[in-house]
Write a protein that binds this ligand. Structure first.
Ligand SMILES: [Zn+2]
Length: 317
């Protein structure tokens, strides 16, 4: 693990205290070719694992089944961030990871948000279906907020895949050709996925897409839906009774007969509105993590199950 030519900043050493030099206890470093890349959230883990194949150890910083917006890192994990060869993350999504990167990995980290081309999808609130008066919802976020859920757009996934490939080639030039071809293969699959979404959702009777947290702004924009998230871009603990009543009214007025719940957050919020309105609840997975309950074993499979759910729930032909 000592092939890295970089120096550890003095400030970083001071901050990490006892975990400094974690790499010197070399029981895990079986050979010099074993480099470790840490990823912040499932979609980046999927991309990096796909591109790295068996050339690198890829470690996810978000444990399975945890709400990734609230992830916390142990001192041990923060030490691992420091001693890793590269941290691939998406800034402004997970505070604990932003802090760990800033303090321990500023010289060996890459933020993918540039390649992901984040924008404000502005889709979490809807005032058009109500009684015409505009209301402020200060507790539910600002609709100008940049949407961090870029991975729900296959084209953005492809752009980030290329960036990850370039970064892996930089830390491990010997295997650059493999990274490039693995990335090309994944990008081709993402292109196919995008085409299948486009074709499968081309003619839908229902444009209003009622989701639990507003994770599907890019997807809605891509395929012609209008997202109505019960909670905002971050899944706050509980929506207010007023917000639940508001979404219930929207569901009734717009003739929405299907609303969507999530695997990790559970279906309580969706069930509440479904009970009021008689709507059906289907699962739409924001792919912030993968669990045993996920409808597929990887990003591509779960996205295809999302496509099936949308085609059914939005009445697409
Ligand atoms: Zn989210």
């Amino acid at each position: 693990m000592n092939f890295r030519p970089r120096l550890i900043p003095v400030t970083a050493v001071a901050l990490i205290g006892l975990t400094a030099c974690g790499g010197s206890d070399d029981t895990t470093a079986t050979d010099d070719s074993s480099r470790t890349v840490m990823t912040s959230i499932y979609p980046l883990d999927f991309i990096t694992t796909s591109v790295a194949a068996d050339h690198l150890d890829v470690v996810s910083l978000t444990p399975s089944g945890v709400d990734p917006h609230d992830v916390e890192l142990s001192p041990q994990t923060i030490g691992d961030v420091q001693s890793s060869d590269l941290v691939i993350y998406s800034a402004d999504l997970q505070t604990a990871i932003d802090e760990a990167v800033e303090q321990q990995a500023s010289d060996h980290s890459v933020d993918v948000n540039g390649a992901a081309d984040l924008i404000s999808t502005g889709a979490e609130h809807d005032h058009d279906h109500g009684d015409g008066h505009e209301e402020e919802h200060e507790d539910e976020g600002d609709s100008d907020e940049v949407d961090p859920h870029w991975w729900l757009d296959p084209a953005r996934m492809a752009d980030v895949t290329q960036m990850v490939s370039d970064e892996l080639s930089e830390i491990d030039p010997d295997n650059a050709a493999d990274y490039e071809s693995n990335a090309a293969a994944l990008i081709a699959e993402l292109d196919t996925l995008d085409g299948d979404f486009e074709a499968g959702l081309a003619n839908c009777e229902q444009e209003d897409l009622v989701t639990t947290h507003a994770a599907f702004g890019y997807l809605a924009e891509n395929y012609g839906f209008h997202q109505i998230g019960v909670t905002g871009i971050s899944p706050e603990a509980e929506p207010s009774p007023a917000r639940l009543a508001e979404v219930t009214t929207i569901v009734e007025d717009a003739g929405v007969d299907t609303i969507y719940s999530e695997v990790i957050l559970g279906s309580d919020i969706a069930d509440t509105i479904a009970n009021e309105t008689g709507a059906t609840v289907l699962t739409l997975d924001p792919l912030e993590g993968l669990t045993d309950a996920s409808a597929g074993s990887d990003y591509l499979e779960v996205m295809r199950s999302n496509l099936d759910a949308l085609a059914e729930g939005q009445h697409c032909s």
